[in-house]
Write a protein that binds this ligand. Structure first.
Ligand code: HEM
Length: 451
């Protein structure tokens, strides 16, 4: 199995997780409206963790595949070890299967978002170390004076190891026996883990943007590095906005509120500038990828507005734990993370897509954008109605009845969202699974060889 095949396998694994995730998400959304649906075998208590775990694994598997595809090009040498990458793939697959098997049979342990047995984390840490070794071994020649995406990937890889360890500190009595310490550390770990996967994804986005535009200065620009340092600060400190309800030090909350707003503004600005500087010929050649980047840019701005609003402590007090939080989580993971991942996948495989398949992918993207907007707004509306109900101490049953119309809209929009994702995923998968090599990067063709 070549390096290219390992990269493809990770991307295929990612798409499989995505398709399974949205299927469970759809069932979960229907269970909002019909609470008795599949109650005996696959209740909401099963479908929610299955959906979320698989959505997170879509992100990790896909970004891993993209990084494996990019690093030999960045390092301008073969992958350090195909064997390590192969072991990494099989361990990842085994972990996903163990977790799904456990969830389906009702075996939940661990904490929210990581509901698999804690011992599985040992496998995760082991394969992540293999990934890290392969990464460093491959990009070694470029480590001196490295472009921003190498810094981003390196940071994402290191912080994932730190945060997954932190997320399991609850196993120690020192944390487990103190509710404030426990909740604070758990949410710090979860918040920073999102920061770690953002670092990996933003690195892939920077590299793809550099290659598409043929401007190899992007990786060295001051704004790109400013964005990296801001991302790093966010990763380390913005988790405080997850813990407003915990009576911890107010300084933690104030610092996190100020800095959690900054990251998205700068990244939106980088994409905007990139769009402006993009030559028409390059935008046409990478039409699909460019369209995914443009969508991500719009979703960054929308989610930024929401993040600013819900990070105001007084607002957060009422919206926390309502559908507003779900809108924030899904708005960012679909609108930003998924769009940026699809931009890279499109960049890698666009040359292999037939014109008709490109049309379907574009139709899928448009469907995703429109349905996601309705989906997101209906969740927000449901969350606001619920927050008002909480504020007025309305009975839970009455609040639930009040939000039902919005949840119906959410479910219908979800059907269209699933359709859009399927159009994109199946058309891309059709070329990815073919036994041909991905189109070589245009680095040399454009005479913009990396320095
Ligand atoms: C790219 C696709 C998707 C991603 C990445 C994604 C991601 C997520 C994440 C991260 C959460 C956890 C939210 C939280 O903890 O606050 C979540 C929850 C959820 N998602 Fe999705 N999602 C996707 C698509 C869908 C679709 C298509 C549907 C329905 C048709 C759906 C329905 C749900 C439901 C019902 C929940 C549970 C919300 C709750 O706990 O009340 N998702 N999703």
């Amino acid at each position: 199995m070549e390096a290219e095949t390992v990269a493809k396998r990770f991307i295929i694994l990612g798409f499989s997780c995505l398709l399974l995730s949205i299927s469970f998400g759809l069932i979960a959304s229907l269970q909002y409206i019909f609470p008795g649906l599949l109650a005996d075998r696959l209740s909401f208590q099963h479908t929610r963790p299955l959906h979320v775990f698989l959505a997170v694994n879509w992100i990790f598997s896909c970004v891993t595949g993209i990084v494996y595809h990019y690093i030999p090009r960045v390092g301008q040498r073969f992958l350090y070890s195909v064997t390590l990458a192969r072991v990494h793939f099989f361990l990842s697959l085994a972990t996903i299967l163990i977790a799904i098997g456990g969830f389906l049979t009702g075996h939940f342990s661990g904490r929210e978002y990581l509901e698999f047995p804690p011992w599985v984390t040992v496998i995760i840490v082991a394969y992540w170390l293999l990934f890290f070794t392969n990464f460093i071994g491959t990009v070694k020649p470029r480590l001196k004076g490295a472009p921003v995406y190498i810094w981003s990937w390196c940071t994402g890889l290191a912080f994932f190891l730190i945060t997954i360890t932190e997320a399991h500190l609850w196993l120690l009595p020192y944390f487990n026996h103190n509710i404030i310490r426990d909740v604070t550390v758990q949410w710090k770990a979860n918040g920073s883990m999102v920061g770690a996967w953002n670092m990996l994804i933003y690195g892939t986005a920077m590299f793809a943007m550099e290659q598409i535009s043929g401007n190899n200065k992007i990786g060295y620009q001051k704004t790109s590095f400013a964005f990296y340092f801001l991302g790093l600060t966010n990763l380390m400190f913005n988790w405080g906005h997850h813990t407003y309800i915990v009576p911890a030090s107010p300084a933690i909350k104030q610092v996190s509120y100020i800095i959690s707003m900054t990251e998205l503004i700068l990244f939106a600005n980088i994409i905007m500038k990139w769009k402006k500087g993009l030559l028409k010929a390059h935008a046409d050649e990478y039409m699909l990828s460019t369209r995914f980047f443009k969508s991500a840019d719009r979703w960054i701005l929308l989610n930024l507005g929401l993040a600013i609003a819900i990070s105001i402590p007084y607002v957060n007090l009422y919206t926390h734990g309502t559908q507003v939080t779900v809108a924030h989580a899904m708005g960012t993971t679909i609108g930003i993370n998924t769009m940026l991942l699809l931009a890279s996948v499109a960049y890698i495989f666009e040359g292999m897509l037939k014109p008709v398949a490109k049309k379907y992918v574009l139709a899928g993207l448009t469907t995703m954008n429109i349905s996601l907007l309705v989906f997101w707004l209906s969740l927000l509306a449901a969350g606001v109605v619920r927050s008002i109900g909480q504020y007025e101490h309305t009975y839970f049953a009455k609040v639930s009845a009040n939000i039902l119309p919005y949840l119906r809209v959410f479910s219908v929009a979800g059907v269209f969202l699933v359709t859009g994702v399927c159009l994109v995923a199946f058309n891309m998968l059709a070329v990815i699974v073919k036994k041909q090599k991905a189109v070589p990067l245009p680095v040399k063709e454009r005479k913009t060889t990396l320095q």
